[in-house]
Design a protein around this ligand. Structure first.
Ligand SMILES: Cc1cc2nc3c(=O)[nH]c(=O)nc-3n(C[C@H](O)[C@H](O)[C@H](O)COP(=O)(O)O)c2cc1C
Length: 172
C-alpha cells in the first residue's frame, strides 16, 4: 500500500472528522539515536495557518515518552487511521513507548515517504509530516479556574508544539 501527496486542507478535513468520530489520531516521533519510531494517541490537535505557514499544533504532557522524543528531534508525523481502529487508538493512548514497542505490538508497518525522517503507519487514511518551528508551554496562571481544575490537578502542564506541515499524504 502506498501514499500519494495530498492537499493539506483536504487531508485536514479528514483529520478533524476522525478526531470528532474516533476521539483520537496518532502522533509518531522517532528516537534520535536508534531511529525507532514511537506512536501515541492524541485527542487534541489544532490545524490552521500561522506565520503564513500551514501548521498542526499538538499538546503533549511532559510525562509522555513522546515528549522526550520531540525535545530531541523536531520532526513528527500525524497519522489519521480509519475509524475502525478504535482498539489501536485505545492501546496507543494507554501504554508508553518507554515500556512497549507499540509498532510491533499493534503490528504497525512503518512506511517512510520520500526523505521525511519519521514514518507513517501503513493503513492510515491521511498523514502529515511536520517540523516543529515553535514550542511553548501552557501556563497555570493564564487559565480560567475550571480548566485548571478539570485538566491539571497534578500540574502536568502540556507543552505546545507548532509543527509546520512540510508534506501531507493520503492513502492510495
Ligand atoms: C483518546 C486519547 C487522547 C489522548 N490525547 C492526548 C493528548 O492530546 N496529549 C497527551 O499528552 N496525551 C494524550 N493522551 C494520552 C497518551 O496517548 C498516553 O499517555 C500514551 O500512553 C503516551 O505514550 P508515550 O509514553 O509512548 O508517548 C490521550 C489518550 C487517549 C486514549
Amino acid at each position: 500500500m502506498s501514499f500519494r501527496k495530498s492537499d493539506w486542507l483536504e487531508a485536514g478535513k479528514i483529520a478533524l472528522e476522525t478526531l470528532e468520530n474516533l476521539g483520537g489520531v496518532f502522533l509518531i516521533s522517532n528516537d534520535k539515536e536508534s531511529l525507532r519510531p514511537n506512536v501515541m494517541t492524541i485527542g487534541w490537535l489544532e490545524l490552521g495557518i500561522v506565520w503564513r505557514r500551514p501548521i498542526i499544533t499538538v499538546l503533549v504532557r511532559p510525562s509522555r515518552h513522546t515528549f522526550s522524543l520531540l525535545e530531541e528531534n523536531p520532526f513528527f508525523v500525524v497519522g489519521v487511521p480509519p475509524s475502525s481502529w478504535k482498539k489501536e487508538i485505545d492501546f496507543c493512548g494507554s501504554t508508553s513507548g518507554r515500556e512497549v514497542d507499540k509498532f510491533s505490538q499493534c503490528g504497525f508497518n512503518p512506511v517512510n515517504i520520500n526523505d521525511f525522517p519519521v514514518p507513517v503507519i501503513e493503513g492510515c487514511e491521511v498523514a502529515f509530516g511536520c517540523e516543529i518551528i515553535q514550542k511553548t508551554r501552557v501556563e497555570a496562571g493564564n487559565f480560567i479556574a475550571s480548566i485548571l481544575d478539570e485538566f491539571y490537578p497534578q500540574d502536568d502542564y502540556h507543552s505546545i508544539y507548532f509543527g509546520e506541515i512540510k508534506e501531507s499524504w493520503s492513502r492510495g
